[in-house]
Ligand binder design. Structure first.
Ligand code: NDP
Length: 434
C-alpha cells in the first residue's frame, strides 16, 4: 500500500483479489513461501513515455503514453490500449492486474498487460487521430512483438486506431507481423467475431449464471450502460436471446426506450457517425433522454450489464437496483462495481458475474486472432463464435467449481479470482524466482 499509495484504482483492484484468496493460500502455503503475492502485485515492467503530435491548427500537443507489462508467466503480455483523459498509471495498473487473471481464465496462453494514453479522442479529426496514434506507436513499438507483447483496443481505441497503429508498426519494422496487434480489420489479419466478442461473451456468461438457476434472458428487462463496442454487442446478443433492452448511455447521459432500444439507430449514431446518444430521441421521439449517466441504474430491470467504465455502480446505485428487483449483474466493463456495490449484490442474493470472467470473451477471441495469424488462415464467423461460446461456458464452470472447492459455493467472484490465480501461481512457481 505504501509503495502505491496514490494509486486508488490499482489498490482497489488488488484488494478485491487478495481479499478472496485466503482459502487457496491456506491450502497452498508454498505460494506464500515462494513470494507469489509480493511478486504478482509488482509489474514486470512499466514504460511511460512522451507522445508529441501536431494538431490541425499547427500547435504542438503532448500526451503521456503507458504500457504496463504485468505478468508473462502464461504467455506474451496481452491486453488493450485505452485512450481517455482519465488514464493514469493507477488506471493502467488496475487494468493490467485484472488482465493477468482474466487471461488465465480464458485457458489461452497469454500473460497480462495493459496500456494507453491520456489523449482524448473526442472531437479530434481523423488526421489528428492518425498523427497521434503514429507518434504513440513510434515509441511503443520497441516493447512489442508477437511473442513479447500484443496490445488490442479498449475505451477510445477501436478498429480505426488499431489500423493506424498497425500501419505505423509495419512501417517501422519493415515486416507484416500480423500477430503484434489484435482487433485488426478483417482484410488484413483481423478475426471475424472479435468486434462482437466481449459483448456476446458477457451475455453467454450471464446466460450460464441464469440457466444454473432455471432462468433465462427470455422476456427479461435489461439495462446496458455505455454505447461503445462492448455495450452494443451485449445489447445485440441479449435481444437475440429474447430480452427487452430498455436503456443505454454514454458519458453525457442515458436514453430510456420502454419499447426496446432500436439497435440499428445506436450503431449508426455511435459506431458509424460518432455522435452522442442523446440524438437517439431525434429518431425515436417516444424515448426519453436524461442528462448524466449514473441515473441509468434507477430504471427497474431484471438484468443489468454495466459496459461503460470503472466504478459506475456505487453502493447507492446497487441498493436501488436491488430495491427494483434486479436478479443478475454481468460486468462487461472492467471493475464497474465498487467493492461496496459488490457486497450489496452478494448479500441480497443477486447473481453476480465479475468482470474478469464475464468480459473475458474479447481477449479470448484476440488470442484466437493470434492463432489464426500464426497459422495464416481465417476461421468463419460461426467457427469463432462457437469457440467463444465454449470458452465462456468453460470459464463459468471453472469459476463455479473453484468457488465450490474452496468453500464459497455460488460466489463467482471468489471462484474467478481463485481459478485465475491458481494457474498463474503454478506457472510462476514452475519458472522459479524471476
Ligand atoms: P468504447 O470506447 O467503445 O465505449 C465506451 C463507452 O462507455 C462509451 O459509450 C463511452 O461514452 C462510455 N464511457 C467511457 N468512459 C466513461 C465514463 N468515464 N463515464 C461514463 N461513460 C463512459 O469502449 P469499450 O466498449 O471497448 O469498453 C467499455 C468497457 O469494457 C471498459 O471498461 C473496457 O475496459 C471494458 N472491456 C473492453 C473490451 C473490449 O474488447 N473492447 C474487453 C474487456 C473489457 P462516450 O461515447 O461518451 O465516450
Amino acid at each position: 500500500v505504501m509503495k502505491n499509495q496514490h494509486e486508488t484504482e490499482y489498490l482497489q483492484a488488488v484488494k478485491e483479489i487478495l481479499d478472496t484468496l485466503s482459502p487457496i493460500l491456506a491450502a497452498h502455503p508454498e505460494y506464500i513461501e515462494s513470494g507469489i503475492l509480493e511478486r504478482i502485485v509488482e509489474p514486470e515492467r512499466v514504460v511511460m513515455f512522451r507522445v508529441p503530435w501536431v494538431d490541425d491548427a499547427g500547435r504542438v500537443q503532448v500526451n503521456r503514453g503507458y504500457r504496463v507489462q504485468f505478468n508473462s508467466a502464461l504467455g506474451p503480455y496481452k491486453g488493450g490500449l485505452r485512450f481517455h483523459p482519465s488514464v493514469s498509471a493507477s488506471i493502467i495498473k488496475f487494468l493490467g492486474f485484472e488482465q493477468i487473471f482474466k487471461n488465465s481464465l480464458t485457458g489461452q496462453p497469454i500473460g497480462g498487460g495493459k496500456g494507453g494514453s491520456d489523449f482524448d479522442p473526442k472531437g479530434k479529426s481523423d488526421q489528428e487521430i492518425m498523427r497521434f496514434t503514429q507518434s504513440f506507436m513510434t515509441e511503443l513499438y520497441k516493447y512489442l512483438g508477437q511473442d513479447t507483447d500484443v496490445p488490442a483496443g479498449d475505451i477510445g481505441v477501436g478498429a480505426r486506431e488499431i489500423g493506424y497503429m498497425f500501419g505505423q508498426y509495419k512501417r517501422i519494422r519493415g515486416a507484416h507481423e500480423a500477430g503484434v496487434l489484435t482487433g485488426k480489420g478483417i482484410g488484413y489479419g483481423g478475426s471475424l467475431a472479435r468486434k462482437e466478442a466481449t459483448g456476446y461473451g458477457c451475455v453467454y456468461f450471464v446466460n450460464e449464471m441464469l440457466q444454473a438457476k432455471g432462468l433465462s434472458f427470455e422476456d427479461k428487462t435489461v439495462i446496458v450502460s455505455g454505447s461503445g463496442n462492448v455495450s452494443i454487442y451485449a445489447m445485440k446478443k441479449a435481444q437475440e436471446f429474447g430480452a427487452r433492452v430498455v436503456a443505454c448511455s454514454d458519458s453525457n447521459g442515458y436514453i430510456y426506450d420502454p419499447e426496446g432500444i432500436q439497435l440499428d439507430t445506436v450503431i449508426q449514431l455511435k459506431e458509424v457517425e460518432r455522435r452522442r446518444i442523446s440524438d437517439y430521441v431525434k429518431f425515436h421521439p417516444h424515448a426519453v433522454y436524461t442528462e448524466g449517466c449514473s441515473g441509468i441504474w434507477s430504471i427497474p430491470c431484471d438484468i443489468a450489464l454495466p459496459c461503460a467504465t470503472q466504478n459506475e455502480i456505487d453502493e447507492q446505485a446497487a441498493k436501488v437496483l436491488v430495491q427494483n428487483g434486479v436478479k443478475a449483474i454481468g460486468e462487461g466493463a472492467n471493475m464497474p462495481s465498487t467493492l461496496e456495490a459488490i457486497h450489496i449484490f452478494h448479500t441480497n442474493g443477486v447473481l453476480f458475474g465479475p468482470a474478469k470472467a464475464a468480459n473475458a470473451g474479447g481477449v479470448a477471441v484476440s488470442s484466437l486472432e493470434m492463432s489464426q495469424n500464426s497459422m495464416r488462415l481465417a476461421w468463419t464467423f460461426e467457427e469463432v463464435d462457437a469457440k467463444l461460446h465454449m470458452i465462456m461456458k468453460n470459464i463459468y464452470e471453472s469459476c463455479e467449481a473453484a468457488a465450490k472447492e474452496y468453500g464459497h459455493e455460488g460466489n463467482l467472484l471468489v471462484g474467478a479470482n481463485i481459478a485465475g490465480f491458481k494457474k498463474v501461481a503454478d506457472a510462476m512457481m514452475a519458472q522459479g524466482i524471476v
